[in-house]
Design a protein around this ligand. Structure first.
Ligand SMILES: *[C@@H]1O[C@H](CO)[C@@H](O)[C@H](O)[C@H]1NC(C)=O
Ligand SMILES: *[C@@H]1O[C@H](CO)[C@@H](O)[C@H](O)[C@H]1NC(C)=O
Ligand SMILES: *[C@@H]1O[C@H](CO)[C@@H](O)[C@H](O)[C@H]1NC(C)=O
Ligand SMILES: *[C@@H]1O[C@H](CO)[C@@H](O)[C@H](O)[C@H]1NC(C)=O
Ligand SMILES: *[C@@H]1O[C@H](CO)[C@@H](O)[C@H](O)[C@H]1NC(C)=O
Ligand SMILES: *[C@@H]1O[C@H](CO)[C@@H](O)[C@H](O)[C@H]1NC(C)=O
Ligand SMILES: *[C@@H]1O[C@H](CO)[C@@H](O)[C@H](O)[C@H]1NC(C)=O
Ligand SMILES: *[C@@H]1O[C@H](CO)[C@@H](O)[C@H](O)[C@H]1NC(C)=O
Ligand SMILES: *[C@@H]1O[C@H](CO)[C@@H](O)[C@H](O)[C@H]1NC(C)=O
Ligand SMILES: *[C@@H]1O[C@H](CO)[C@@H](O)[C@H](O)[C@H]1NC(C)=O
Length: 353
C-alpha cells in the first residue's frame, strides 16, 4: 500500500510536470498559433477564443490536434473562422511554417484570395508532413496550383468552389496526389503535362453547368489510374461521355447523381470493365435505357429518386453480378417489392409500394 502510494505520488508529479514541460505544446508553435489567430481576426474578429496566452498547453485549444509523443501540432481545422463579410483577403503562408509535423490543414470557407508576397511561399517544402489540404470555398485562382506544388507529401487536395478556370495542370510535383476535388470551378480540362499521375479519386461536381463539359470529360482518359470519379450535378445531355472513358479501365466507383443524361450519354458506360458501383440518383427526367445495363461486374446500383420504366427493370433483371439495388423514392410503373426482393434480397426501399 505504502509503495503503491509512493508510486502514485511519483506518477502524479510526473504527469503534472509534463503539463509544464514544452513537450505538451511547443513554445514556438504556441506563438505561431497566436500570430495566426491575430491574422485571422484582423481587424476586429473574435474567433478562436480558447487560443489564449494564459492558456499554456496549446494542444488543448479548440480545432487543434497534437501528436501525443512529440507535442507538435498535426491537425489544424480553421474552417470558417474569418468573418466573411470582410471580403476577399490575403493570408501570410509563412505563418504555417513552424508546424513541421502538420499533417492536415483546413482553411475551408475563409475567402482567401491568395498569399501575401514573401519568401514563405517558396519554403513550403518545410511542411514535409502535410498530406491533406482543404482550401474549399475560398477565392483562389489558378495560381494556387503552383503554390501547392511546393508541398512534397500532399496526397489530398480540396479546391472546390474557388475561382479556378480553364486548364488545370498537375505538374511533376503533384504526382503524389491521390485525391483531388475541383467541383464548382469553371474548368475546361485536366492534364498531367509532366509525367504519370497517381490520381485515384477525382471529384468534379457541378462543373459543366458552366458549359465546358465535353473537353473536360475527354481529358480524363489520361488518368487511367482513377478508381473513383464523381461527376454529380452536371449536364451531359447531347454530350456522349466519350470513347476516352474506355481508358478508365480501373474505375470502380462512378457517381452521376443529379446529372442530366440522355440515352447516348449513358451508352459509353458499358465500356468501363471494372465498374462495381454506380450511383444514378435523382437524374433529371426518366432514367434512359443505357449502356450501364451491359456492365458485367456491377455489384451496386443506386437508382433512387428517379422515374423508372418497367422495361428498365426487365433489363436490370438480366444483370447477374448485381448484389445491391438502392431504390428510395421511386416513381413510375414498378414491380412489387416482393418481386424485387426475390431477385435481389438486398433491395432497399423504405416506402412500401
Ligand atoms: C469591424 O471592422 C469592420 C471593417 O473595418 C467594420 O466595418 C465593422 O464595423 C467592425 N465591427 C466592429 C464590431 O467593430
Ligand atoms: C507522433 O510522432 C512520432 C515521432 O515523429 C511518430 O513516430 C508517431 O507515428 C506520431 N504519432 C501519430 C499518431 O501521428
Ligand atoms: C509573414 O509571416 C512571417 C512569419 O511570421 C513574417 O516574418 C513576415 O514578415 C510576414 N510577412 C508579411 C508580409 O506580413
Ligand atoms: C491570381 O491571384 C493572384 C494572387 O494570389 C494574383 O496576383 C493574380 O493576378 C491572379 N491572377 C488572375 C489571372 O486573376
Ligand atoms: C468560364 O470560362 C470560359 C472560358 O474558359 C468563359 O468563356 C466563361 O465566361 C466562364 N464562365 C463563367 C461563369 O465564369
Ligand atoms: C498509374 O500509376 C502507376 C504507379 O502506381 C504509374 O506507374 C503509372 O504511370 C500511372 N499511370 C498513369 C496513366 O498515370
Ligand atoms: C453549382 O455552382 C453554382 C455556382 O457556384 C452554385 O450557385 C450552385 O449552388 C451549385 N449547385 C450545387 C448543387 O451545389
Ligand atoms: C490512355 O492511357 C494510356 C496510358 O495508360 C495513355 O498512354 C493514352 O494516351 C490514354 N489515351 C487517352 C485517349 O487519353
Ligand atoms: C460500393 O458499394 C458497396 C456496397 O455494396 C460499399 O460497401 C462500398 O464501399 C462501395 N464502394 C465505394 C468505392 O464506394
Ligand atoms: C432538366 O431538364 C429540363 C428539360 O428536360 C431542363 O430544362 C432543365 O434545365 C434540366 N435541369 C437541370 C438541372 O439540368
Amino acid at each position: 500500500m505504502g509503495l503503491f502510494l509512493q508510486v502514485l505520488t511519483v506518477l502524479v508529479i510526473t504527469v503534472s510536470l509534463q503539463g509544464w514541460l514544452p513537450l505538451s505544446c511547443l513554445e514556438e508553435e504556441r506563438i505561431a498559433l497566436l500570430h495566426l489567430k491575430d491574422s485571422l481576426n484582423y481587424p476586429n474578429g473574435t474567433s478562436l477564443p480558447s487560443w489564449r496566452i494564459a492558456h499554456a498547453n496549446c494542444c488543448d485549444w479548440e480545432r487543434i490536434v497534437c501528436n501525443s509523443s512529440t507535442g507538435r501540432v498535426t491537425l489544424l481545422d480553421l474552417l470558417g473562422v474569418r468573418n466573411e463579410e470582410l471580403g476577399d483577403w490575403y493570408l501570410n503562408a509563412s505563418l504555417f511554417l513552424p508546424f513541421q509535423q502538420l499533417n492536415a490543414l483546413s482553411l475551408y470557407g475563409n475567402r482567401i484570395a491568395g498569399w501575401v508576397e514573401n519568401k514563405g511561399g517558396y519554403e513550403l517544402q518545410k511542411l514535409s508532413n502535410l498530406e491533406i489540404l482543404d482550401l474549399e470555398s475560398n477565392s483562389f485562382n489558378n495560381s494556387i496550383l503552383s503554390f501547392v506544388e511546393g508541398l512534397p507529401s500532399l496526397k489530398s487536395l480540396y479546391l472546390d468552389y474557388n475561382r479556378l478556370e480553364g486548364s488545370i495542370d498537375l505538374k511533376e510535383s503533384l504526382t503524389s496526389l491521390e485525391t483531388l476535388s475541383l467541383g464548382g470551378n469553371n474548368i475546361s480540362n485536366l492534364v498531367a503535362s509532366r509525367g504519370p499521375s497517381n490520381l485515384r479519386t477525382l471529384y468534379l461536381e457541378n462543373i459543366t453547368t458552366y458549359g465546358s463539359s465535353f473537353q473536360l470529360l475527354q481529358s480524363l482518359g489520361a488518368f487511367s489510374n482513377l478508381t473513383t470519379l464523381s461527376l454529380e450535378y452536371n449536364d451531359f445531355r447531347g454530350r456522349i461521355l466519350g470513347d476516352k472513358f474506355q481508358n478508365l479501365s480501373s474505375l470502380e466507383m462512378l457517381y452521376l447523381d443529379s446529372c442530366s443524361l440522355d440515352e447516348h450519354s449513358l451508352q459509353s458506360l458499358g465500356a468501363l470493365p471494372s465498374l462495381k458501383n454506380l450511383s444514378l440518383r435523382e437524374l433529371n427526367g426518366t432514367v434512359p435505357y443505357g449502356g450501364f445495363l451491359d456492365l458485367k461486374n456491377l455489384k451496386y446500383l443506386d437508382l433512387s429518386y428517379n422515374t423508372l420504366s418497367n422495361s428498365i427493370f426487365q433489363a436490370i433483371g438480366t444483370m447477374t453480378s448485381l448484389k445491391t439495388l438502392m431504390l428510395y423514392n421511386l416513381n413510375g410503373q414498378l414491380p412489387t417489392m416482393q418481386e424485387l426482393q426475390t431477385k435481389w434480397p438486398n433491395t432497399y426501399n423504405p416506402r412500401p409500394m
